[in-house]
Design a protein. Sequence first.
Length: 225
Amino acid sequence: MKRVLFFLSGGLLLAGAAQAQIGIRVGGNTGVFTKSAPSYMEEVATQRQLGYQVGIFYQAQLSKHLSLVPEVQFSRERFSVSKNRPLFDSQFGSDYDQSLSYLNLPILLRGSIGVFYVEAGPQLSLLVGGRAEGTELLNGGFVLHGSPIPVAIEAAATDSYHRFDAGPCVGVGVKLPAGLGIGLRAYWGLTKLTTDKGYSLYDQTYTGFQHRQTLQASLAYQLSK
């Protein structure tokens, strides 16, 4: 994270020297990770949590109303997972919080009319970190006198998630005075996020089949030409 902030601050210093249309964008995000249940023996529920993102963008004007806006962005996305096994007993299952850290590269074509704009284009993402933390209640031969045994879940996201993700990104925004602006973006991942490996030694279908969908709200500051 320190390296990302150093990179962003260095980019802004260069931007000030060049007086180009370069800016910084910061804000919050929320993710929905669509998934199918690993099997008929399990019930899986996910719940979104609040995350954040920070990035540097450059706006290259193509015409009066059209511009190209590439961006380098660090995004921290979070959600929680609750799973139970009703075929055995509702007390057996797992609950954990998942965080995913991505380096995003959206390349958007922006159309502007007055102070309003719409934008769309592809986004490539690289998973650079994240963790799963929670508890699993084991059953079967590990249960004594009908009581479940809690086992801690603590694993790196890179153990069970693919490094690369890609998909379309769309957004709308408003330009404000003094180089400020507010925007809203939505992203749909087209690739399968998870590998076949799970977080638990006793349950190899922990993460299921997931696709990444995120919604970002941000405040931007853009240097003048």
